[in-house]
Design a protein. Structure first.
Length: 93
């Protein structure tokens, strides 16, 4: 289960007429159930907060959006880094 609450901010910035730039602030809350494939214990409900850029390629027929996020885990195993950098593509803002 994953719940994401996100506030999006749109800008009029359109560098070189190639990319639409936006931003987002978010909170993620998630949990898994069932048997872990690596026989590791369940960590229960995990939460993080973060901010990120949303970069839309206006010259592509695919309509992909690049998400560049910085997330801060609020709980979990102590071995988890306190700041996480995430870069991914999605077909939504």
């Amino acid at each position: 289960m994953l719940l994401t609450v996100e506030q999006r901010f749109f800008s009029d910035w359109y560098p070189f007429r190639l990319f639409r730039i936006g931003a987002a602030a978010f909170v993620d809350i998630g949990r898994t159930w069932g048997e872990a494939p690596l026989n590791t214990p369940s960590l229960g409900v995990l939460k993080d907060v973060g901010v990120g850029l949303r970069i839309g390629n206006s010259r592509s027929g695919l309509g992909n959006i690049i998400h560049v996020d910085v997330a801060f885990p609020l709980d979990g195993d102590p071995s988890i880094k306190s700041v996480q950098f995430l870069v991914e593509t999605k077909q939504r803002f």
